[in-house]
Design a binder for this molecule. Structure first.
Ligand code: ARG
Length: 575
């Protein structure tokens, strides 16, 4: 059990024993400043209010009644009724020995469906899909680590009118005898060419429009062309995932088109139940709970007057699938903030139509846009969208330059291997370490810096721990001896290591990866202070002290390594 939970439990029991209302809680939190101790109880003021007592008096009464002697050196009432706890060093050492993460947050594993990445297959994957991919992947890893059942759903955009144009273009080239070997190796160029032809050649545009209709009707020829295009585009995306160390696999793809055959039945069901109504030839769901300030309900079209279905229709089908077939307890969507209204409509209509029961938690975890340093959305020099492929190449090149300067003894092969990890790690960490909901500025120099809250800094901190073990000539993995906590630096480091679990639970709850980044940065900081103050391998250091300190090093290393892995970032033993 985490330290927080131990205190929570002890004090709750005491508070109930004192006859306080059962809904009161001690509200144990980490102390924000060392003079407030290590942990504090913030819940007494509220309990006092409910019980009509003086908060400071009540805090004293609780302290007198609670037996905390095995946990603290000192517990004191502060301010209007806080209780500050200064933990006992033996207790901390014991906790560290028993420390076991990898437990589901509340003990009961949940089924968590996570919708992330979802690139559009008509074009090449670009920076617009980076945040969803990186943040969603981190959250998926964390839930898995905590023991929940994670089902990744990559809602790829593989359907819609652009595909008529694309398969007409594909046919145009293959008919003239061109092999498509090189045709589709740059999907972006292919799209541009198709678009130019579409805009300038009316016969081609007609053909493209016809192909949209034939595609929707399931025409074999069109489906074959479409499937070929999709296969190439999917492979392109899978390669990017692999380069980015993103855990999405082919099996996680549940693309828009996979719901096609359900849409007609879904819409007629919603019509029969009166949830969808006719409106100027279209089928619309009016959502009262999302009405505007004039009381007009929000309208969600689920079938256009020409009979076509929409992005929203597919999302309703997907929602039903996730709730009823995948049996989700929570469904998390990592999608751009610009789709906030769309998500609200899907959630509201889904609950209204009972496609998903009320117990299922539907969560849109949105995020801001990636900006260039000029404060405008991130673009290429010519104003185009930045391809992920190119961004990855540049990150690796820049990391290689950095590493070659930092450590001239490395050979070319080593540099390449390390720069892949460092370059990718830098991009991911820069994104994950910002609060998800804000826009963030993409800056190569900052993200690759070895000082400050960056990926490379943490990777470097890990290499320093590795080198301690190399010098000590002992194996770092699973190194575990008795821990003796003597000074503040050791104590702080232990406490930090022990907070890992609490942080992960918080991140899993709120889908906020920056909390994990901040934690790892603080852990590395606590380690640096410890390392400066506490000699480890000096001949004057007693054997038990050396072993205890090496254990702290190994546990720090393990925590950094696990934490980075949960962020989707690889470690390296030297750099
Ligand atoms: N393809 C969409 C886009 O690029 C993202 C899909 C998100 N998932 C969803 N269920 N709508 O905007």
């Amino acid at each position: 059990m985490s330290i927080k939970n131990i205190f929570e439990k002890r004090l709750s029991t005491t508070m109930i024993g004192l006859g306080l209302p059962p809904e009161t809680s001690p509200l144990i939190r980490l102390s924000v400043r060392p003079e407030f101790g290590d942990y504090q109880a913030n819940g007494v003021m509220r309990a006092a209010k409910l019980a009509g007592e003086n908060p400071r008096q009540l805090a004293k009464k609780i302290l007198a009644a609670a037996d905390l002697s095995d946990l603290v050196d000192l517990a004191e009432v502060a301010g209007p009724g806080f209780i500050n706890f200064h933990l006992n060093k033996v207790f901390i050492a014991r906790q560290l020995a028993e420390n076991d993460v990898k437990k589901p947050s509340n003990g009961v594993p949940k089924t968590v469906v996570i919708d992330y990445s979802g690139p559009n297959l008509a074009k090449e994957m670009h920076v617009g899909h980076l945040r969803s991919t990186i943040i969603g992947d981190c959250i998926a890893r964390i839930h898995e680590y905590l023991g929940n059942k994670v089902i990744r759903q990559n809602h790829m955009g593989d359907w819609g009118t652009q595909f008529g144009m694309l398969i007409a273009e594909l046919e145009y080239h293959t008919i003239s005898g061109e092999t498509d070997e090189f045709l589709l190796d740059d999907l972006e160029k292919f799209y541009q060419r198709a678009k130019t032809r579409f805009d300038s050649d009316s016969a081609f545009a007609d053909q493209a429009r016809k192909y949209v209709v034939r595609l929707q009707a399931g025409d074999q020829h069109c489906i074959r062309l479409w499937q070929h295009f999709i296969d190439v585009s999917v492979q392109h995306n899978l390669n990017i995932y692999q380069r980015l160390n993103v855990s999405l696999k082919k099996e996680d793809i549940k693309a828009e088109s996979s719901y096609n055959h359900q849409l007609e039945e879904l819409v007629s069901r919603l019509s029969r139940s009166g949830i969808a109504v006719n409106d100027q030839g279209a089928k619309v769901i009016f959502l009262d709970d999302l009405s505007d300030k004039n009381g007009r309900a929000s309208a969600m079209i689920i079938r256009k007057s020409d009979g076509g279905y929409l992005y929203a229709t597919t999302d309703l089908a997907a929602l039903e699938h996730r709730a009823k077939v995948l049996k989700a307890d929570r469904i998390l969507y990592f999608i751009d903030a610009r789709q906030a209204l769309h998500m609200k409509q899907v959630f509201s209509a889904g609950k209204l139509a009972a496609l998903v029961s009320d117990e299922v938690s539907l969560e849109h975890h949105s995020f801001g846009t990636m900006m260039a340093e000029d404060g405008k959305p991130f673009k290429t020099r010519t104003g185009g969208t930045v391809k992920l492929e190119n961004l990855i190449d540049e990150a690796i090149e820049r990391a290689a330059d950095l590493i070659a300067i930092k450590n001239p003894k490395l050979n070319e092969n080593e540099i390449l291997k390390i720069s892949k990890k460092v370059g990718i790690g830098a991009i991911k960490y820069a994104d994950l370490s910002k609060h998800r909901s804000t826009d963030y500025v993409f800056n190569w120099d900052l993200m690759l810096s070895l000082n400050g809250n960056t990926g490379p800094y943490l990777q470097y901190a890990y290499t320093r721990i590795c080198s301690i073990f190399k010098r000590a000539k002992v194996d770092m993995t699973n190194y575990s001896e008795e821990v003796i906590v003597n000074n503040d630096e050791e104590k702080n480091l232990c406490l930090k290591i022990l907070q890992f679990n609490e942080v992960l639970e918080q991140v899993a709850q709120d889908s906020l990866p920056h909390l994990l980044c901040n934690y790892l940065y603080e852990l590395a900081g606590a380690f640096m202070s410890f390392y400066e103050k506490c000699p480890i391998l000096k001949s004057t250091v007693a054997v038990e002290t050396c072993q205890s300190r090496l254990t702290l090093c190994s546990k720090t290393g393990e925590t950094i390594c696990t934490g980075l892995d949960l962020l989707g970032i690889e470690i390296t033993e030297k750099m």
